[in-house]
Design a protein around this ligand. Structure first.
Ligand code: IFM
Length: 473
């Protein structure tokens, strides 16, 4: 099929930039367990906090749940074959903790582990590198019942779980990511209450961040010690810039606060071994504390090999004359800023800002030098219109992806050590509180039949990879 790309996607600038990507640059896709697997009550899996939230009336658009999702649990070989057909070299997936260690502690569930065993073998058989994420938000409900991430013990439970998965898959999987987007787990889950477990308490959210960091460090140490061969240890953070809305002191101060709470809170402890002093002071002013104990920061800053960067958008921040802070009416801090304005948006109203992406990657490489990055997520939801055959000519998504891949290449020319681009997402899937209406896939899923149809964006990616390989052959 020939692609009918918007002219600026096929432009010389994009082609020229993409041509600068090195021969070993990774091209892949990402998914997560709860968003695609379905089979939530099969083979010994127990409920996660998302199964529970999906049962709360009004929590998820249309009352959608992950019960069936893309039925990937039963269609995994077909999905791996799809990836192979697109020429992808890397697949980022997550393991469902309640599937492999149903009580969040204690023995492994062999039937659950067997699924990931088969997945890894299938990927390797098709020449695709498995990139495993241990935690993409599906905490076993039993651990939430014991307090969840605000409780320190959960970090130790995670380290045990990580080792248990590594025992089974460590002989074939070299790429291990501990967490996907701790900001979302902590701030959306425990502060804003829009993600599982749906709690709203700032102190709990801050404690959750610390315990997610601690869990990452504990697991990183265990996996490094257990590795039988080369291991690539990573953690993935969702990151964006926050710039002042104007040059006023109030706006600059609001941007500093948002950057401390939404960006440096995540990278500083892992990559510098400390929490930002200004953040600690901001929190203290609200009577909130990070529950750090002696030795925690050493554990948290255990060296990693790769930083996973997920990028969707950035914000601007403005302060108010009243309190100089950014606060919701019920007194919770706003951990994101406001839209920049004047930019195209996706179906989720998220602003499309590839230039900012290049700036973000440049900033990370400048402020946290020495750690290679891989883009572990980037993509867009659009209001797809399938034709009679199920094909979606998603010029908007294609354009988005081309522009963001070019931004990665641009950042590389400025010195950012970015080694791969794993786009979000292979399939349309369960987009958390938005349910199934917001589609991020480059492959359309017909939820009535579970038929998969690659969209124009998938064909663009395939052709980009083919061209990249040909250039370096
Ligand atoms: O679907 C999510 C994914 O689970 C985590 N990162 C952002 C994506 C789009 O919202």
């Amino acid at each position: 099929m020939t692609l009918d790309l918007p002219t600026h996607v096929a432009s010389a600038r994009h082609d020229e930039l993409i041509a600068t990507l090195p021969a070993d640059f990774r091209f892949g896709v990402a998914t997560s367990a709860y968003q695609i697997e379905g089979a939530v009550a099969e083979d010994g899996r127990t409920p996660s906090i998302w199964d529970t939230l999906c049962r709360v009336p009004g929590a998820i658009d249309n009352g959608d749940t992950g019960d069936v999702a893309c039925d990937h649990y039963h269609r995994m070989p077909e999905d791996v074959a799809l990836m192979r057909g697109l020429g992808l070299d890397t697949y980022r997936f997550s393991v469902a903790w309640p599937r492999v260690q149903p009580h969040g502690r204690g023995p492994a569930n062999p039937a659950g582990l067997a699924f990931y065993d088969r997945l890894v073998d299938e990927l390797l058989g098709q020449g695709i590198t498995p990139w495993l994420t241990l935690y993409h938000w599906d905490l076993p409900q039993e651990l939430e019942d014991s307090g969840g991430w605000p409780v320190r013990d959960t970090a130790y439970r995670f380290a045990d779980y990580a080792e248990l998965v590594h025992d089974r898959l460590g002989d074939r999987v070299a790429h291990w990511t501990t967490f996907n987007e701790p900001w979302c787990s902590a701030m959306l889950g425990y502060v804003e209450g829009v993600h599982a477990p749906g709690r709203r308490n700032f102190q709990d959210g801050v404690a959750a961040v610390h315990h997610l960091h601690l869990a990452h460090g504990l697991a990183a140490r265990r996996l490094r010690a257990a590795a039988r061969g080369p291991i690539d240890l990573a953690v993935t953070h969702i990151l964006g810039n926050t710039t002042p809305a104007t040059d006023s002191d109030l706006d600059r101060e609001a941007a500093r606060r948002a950057d401390a709470l939404g960006f440096r809170f995540y990278l500083d402890p892992v990559l510098r071994g400390s929490y930002p002093a200004d953040l600690v002071a901001d929190l203290a002013a609200r009577g909130v504390e990070i529950p750090v104990r002696d030795g925690d920061l050493e554990i948290i800053s255990t060296p990693i090999d790769t930083l996973g960067v997920n990028f969707y958008r950035s914000f601007k921040a403005s302060g108010t004359a009243e309190d100089g802070s950014t606060t919701t009416p019920d007194g919770l801090p706003v951990t994101r800023g406001v839209p920049v304005g004047g930019l195209p948006t996706t179906y989720l109203d998220w602003e499309v800002m590839p230039d900012d992406f290049a700036d973000l990657l440049t900033r990370i490489s400048r402020d946290y030098p020495g750690v290679p990055m891989v883009i572990t997520e980037n993509g867009a939801a659009y209001d797809d219109e399938p034709d009679a055959t199920g094909f979606v000519a998603d010029a908007d998504r294609t354009e988005y992806l081309a522009a963001h891949l070019a931004a990665v290449a641009e950042a590389r020319t400025r010195g950012a050590d970015v080694r791969g681009y794993l786009l979000w997402s292979l399939l349309d899937n369960f987009e958390w509180a938005y349910g199934y209406d917001k589609r991020f896939g480059i492959v359309r899923v017909d939820y009535d039949t579970q038929a998969r149809t690659p969209k124009q964006s998938a064909l663009w990616l395939r052709d980009t990879i083919t061209a990249h390989r040909a250039r370096h052959a």
